[in-house]
Design a binder for this molecule. Sequence first.
Ligand code: RP5
Length: 170
Amino acid sequence: MSQPFIAILMGSDSDLPVMKSAITVLRSLDVSFEVKISSAHRTPSYTHDYVVDADQRGAVAFICAAGMAAHLAGAVAAATTKPVIGVPIESSLNGLDALLSTVQMPGGIPVATVAIGKAGAKNAAYLAAQIMAVADSDLAERVRLDRAASATVVIEKDQALQAMLANGEV
Ligand code: RP5
């Protein structure tokens, strides 16, 4: 079996601008990953074959992004018992169609569904890294440090706001 990795699938290249956020997070945490364009509807066999192969090669979790009638995460979840995280993409109806298509899975075939769009893509990557970190203490420490760094950014922004308030700039 190869090095553990996270498999990212997206239904179309039009999903890539959003999913770059997931790639950035995984790179920042030094998590191995693969990225595929494969559609539940346009390339069902290609999707199924990739999931089975990636599962056998050591995929720890799958991140699946799709818009509209977003069935990619559900189709992937049907083909593996590894954790599947669904990212609804906003391509019509403000993404609500994709959110409901991704989240409303029947009992027994779970998809952990995150927020619509870039925040969801980011959180999908963090969640996948946290899943991988259960068996990787070095990664768990990188995740912890990343969380601490993001808290520091918020505190610094608050301190800057307090200074502006004190100076009458706000
Ligand atoms: C979905 O349909 C894709 O995930 C994408 O979000 C949406 C539109 O796809 P394109 O027509 O842009 O290829 O399957």
